[in-house]
Ligand binder design. Structure first.
Ligand code: NDP
Length: 676
């Protein structure tokens, strides 16, 4: 049988395996299927290509342009899913595992594409937080901004998710404007190679934005600078070795690590057998043990249940695990495939033996189990194995030994505080779940265990139908955990994009800040012209374009009319004595909404024009009461523009209402949709 030649993509060229190449075996048959790696790979040329060609091209694009590119890449991968599925079976993964890895990865890319367009500017500078007032008169302000790092992101991925593992790192990296060099784990790199080929062949990526190392990285990490990032997923041992490399320490190279952890799931004290929560718990634990044959960084390794319920949980869980059909993942009837390699099988069984020194095996026998459609002696098959640890307080190995397969340990707790102590014995994990219907139990667990866990997943009868599963990291939510889990954070929406950007505190005048951020700030220059800004199309409007209106006097008749017309006869508008007793008002005052309505009446241009709709209002503050006889006027300024489609875009207007003494009475931001 000819072996597939798994290539690297380096400095614009596909490089076939060469000296130092490793052979990759099928997880199902144990037979060699591919070869990957080349010691002669020119890693410096790769870094140069990324830094000098890919980075500048990506940085010339706006966040929105990069988001659009991500969406198109995700669509392209989606159109070739079947080819990726077909290849992936040899990693031991079933069709439902492919949905997590391949569809999950593509879905993650779509979410980043959407977040990039909705939550990031159509520009090159991301504003992080609000303007800070650093001076009494507002002539000297502060603003945090994020700009893309000018180096390269080196992504070192684990074998278990050859597609999702790449895309969950690649999407935020490209959105930030940083090129990536992807190094998948060699055991499953043939799937990643195809996904990379699909993306490169699409022609959607600028040259240098994406490169691939199939096989070893050589001394690439020794050539990194302060502008580069290493994002690593894999074992704690490798993470420790890589992050303490002198160059990484000396150059303060960002090192994001997501490594194996001893995740837990807690059955709440309220969840007795017969409740929906008890059944849900058993279902979630069994699913986490068997999905991807337990090779998930988020899989449940420790099952923490009330002492009095241990037997019931073991019984129910064993009954469920007994239904797991193990076999060739290509067979539709197979529910659990193989581990990625026979090397992993040896490792998992060795770790299970270590756990077995402190716990009794209550389900699953690695020497006696059925395998459908494959030879259990040749493929990397392991059955689900459940241990029971009777004394989790004095045990140590069950809390620190990760068997990266379908292996979990159940342990009993006396009360909720004890459950929290046990969950935290993992010394930092990616996720802990809690199955309870009692909000106070949930609150107690979050307060007691939050510091040790990157994510806490709470589920019960109310949320179970729509919940996403203990083991699924979501692009919207942070993935990563403290301590043993690596101390890193990935994803979490725009937070994940910021890992590839530098946050800089900018201090200067309003004019400086407005120009840098592409967003008007009070005090920056106003552009006033003869034409009303509402007559300008989206593309014609300038940041800072301002309208100052004529004043309008508010009368008691206006207040009375508005009160009776709307039904808002709150005493502060209607009863002079009662209003005076209120510490905020000098007497009867105009309704805030009356002022807003008058403001609109003052600033609108009534004729049909490019303003299509008023879509919202943000940050409304009333600062000073307005009474009968006061007059108000409006300043309306274009603060920010965001393109939405080729036909229209959103304009954010800064609006202030001032009285006859030029004192600010109200401030808000108005959103309109404007035609191009
Ligand atoms: P490793 O930590 O050995 O490998 C992870 C990645 O690091 C792979 O891409 C690997 O490449 C790469 N790597 C290894 N050594 C170096 C090096 N010196 N320089 C640069 N890159 C390097 O994990 P494994 O994949 O072998 O899995 C071992 C264990 O890790 C599992 O049994 C499990 O406990 C844990 N694990 C945790 C995961 C998680 O998601 N948290 C995922 C997978 C594994 P290569 O494959 O070419 O060696």
């Amino acid at each position: 049988m000819t072996l597939q030649q798994i290539s690297s993509f380096a400095a614009g060229k596909w490089i076939a395996p060469g000296s130092g190449a490793r052979t990759i075996a099928s997880a199902i048959t144990g037979e060699p299927i591919a070869t990957a790696g080349n010691d002669a790979l020119d890693v410096q040329a790769m870094l140069d290509f990324a830094r000098n060609t890919g980075g500048p091209a990506l940085r010339r694009m706006t966040f929105h342009e990069r988001a659009k590119m991500l969406k198109a890449l995700a669509q392209m991968l989606g159109s070739r899913k079947q080819a990726l599925y077909d290849l992936s079976f040899d990693t031991g993964a079933t069709q439902s595992d492919h949905l997590i890895d391949i569809d999950g990865g593509i879905g993650t890319m779509f979410v980043f594409a959407s977040k990039g367009r909705r939550e990031m500017p159509d520009g090159q500078v991301y504003l992080d937080g609000d303007v800070e007032q650093l001076s009494r008169n507002g002539t000297f302000l502060g603003q945090h901004v994020c700009t893309p790092l000018q180096g390269v992101a080196v992504h070192i991925n684990a074998f278990n998710f050859p597609v999702w593992g790449m895309l969950e790192k690649l999407a935020p990296t490209l959105l930030a404007g940083v090129p990536a060099i992807v190094k998948p784990a060699t055991n499953s790199c043939y799937v990643t190679e195809l996904a990379v080929k699909i993306m490169l062949d699409s022609g959607l990526l600028p040259a240098g934005a994406l490169q691939l190392v199939s096989g070893g990285l050589g001394d690439m990490l020794d050539r990194l600078t302060c502008q580069d990032v290493v994002s690593f997923t894999g074992s704690a041992d490798t993470a420790l070795k890589l992050r303490q490399s002198p160059v990484i320490l000396q150059n303060s190279v960002r090192f994001v690590a997501e490594q194996d952890s001893l995740n837990a799931s807690i059955l709440g004290p309220d969840a007795d057998p017969g409740t929906p929560e008890f059944d849900l718990f058993v279902k979630e634990v069994a699913r986490e043990m068997t999905t991807k044959a337990g090779q998930k960084c988020t899989a449940i390794r420790r099952i923490i249940a009330p002492q009095a319920r241990i037997e019931a949980v073991i019984e129910a869980l064993s009954a469920r695990l007994a239904k797991t059909v193990i076999g060739d993942p290509r067979l539709e009837t197979t529910l659990m495939g193989a581990l990625v390699s026979n090397g992993q099988k040896v490792d998992v069984l060795a770790k299970a033996d270590i756990i077995g020194q402190e716990a009794e095996r209550v389900f699953g026998d690695p020497n006696n189990f059925d395998v459908q459609g494959a030879d259990s002696a040749k493929g990397a098959f392991v059955p689900p194995i459940l241990f029971h640890c009777a004394d989790p307080d004095s045990a140590q190995r069950v809390h620190d030994t990760e068997a990266f397969g379908p292996v979990s340990t159940i342990m009993g707790y006396r009360d909720l505080d004890h459950a929290i102590v046990l969950a935290n014995r993992g010394q930092g994990s990616l996720v802990t779940s809690l199955i309870t219907h009692d909000p106070n139990t949930a609150r107690q667990v979050v307060l007691g265990a939050g510091a040790y866990h990157g994510r806490i997943y709470i589920n019960n009868r109310d949320s179970m139908k729509e919940s996403t599963g203990h083991g699924s990291p979501l692009p919207h939510m942070v993935h990563g955990g403290p301590g043993r889990a690596g101390g890193g954070e990935e994803m979490g929406g725009v937070r994940g994009v910021k890992h590839y950007m530098q946050r800089t505190a900018i201090q200067g005048s309003p004019e400086m800040l407005a120009c840098i951020g592409g967003t008007w700030v009070p005090g920056a220059a106003e552009i006033t012209g003869p034409a009303h800004p509402f007559t300008h199309k989206f593309g014609e409007l300038s940041i800072g374009e301002t309208l100052h209106t004529a004043p309008r006097t508010v009368t008691m008749d206006d207040i009375e009319h508005f009160a009776h017309f709307t039904g808002d006869t709150f005493y502060a508008h209607m009863d002079e004595d009662a209003a005076k007793r209120n510490p905020f008002f000098p007497g009867r005052v105009a309704h805030g909404y009356l002022l807003l309505s008058f403001a609109a009446g003052l600033f609108v241009e009534p004729n049909e024009g490019p303003v299509l709709a008023n879509t919202g209002l943000d940050g409304l503050r009333f600062m000073k009461p307005v009474g009968a006889g006061d007059s108000i006027k409006v300043r309306l300024t274009v603060k920010k523009k965001t393109r939405r489609t080729d036909e229209y875009g959103e304009v954010r207007w800064h609006v202030t209402l001032t009285n006859q003494n030029d004192e600010m009475v109200a401030e808000y931001e108005l959103l309109t949709m404007n035609a191009y």
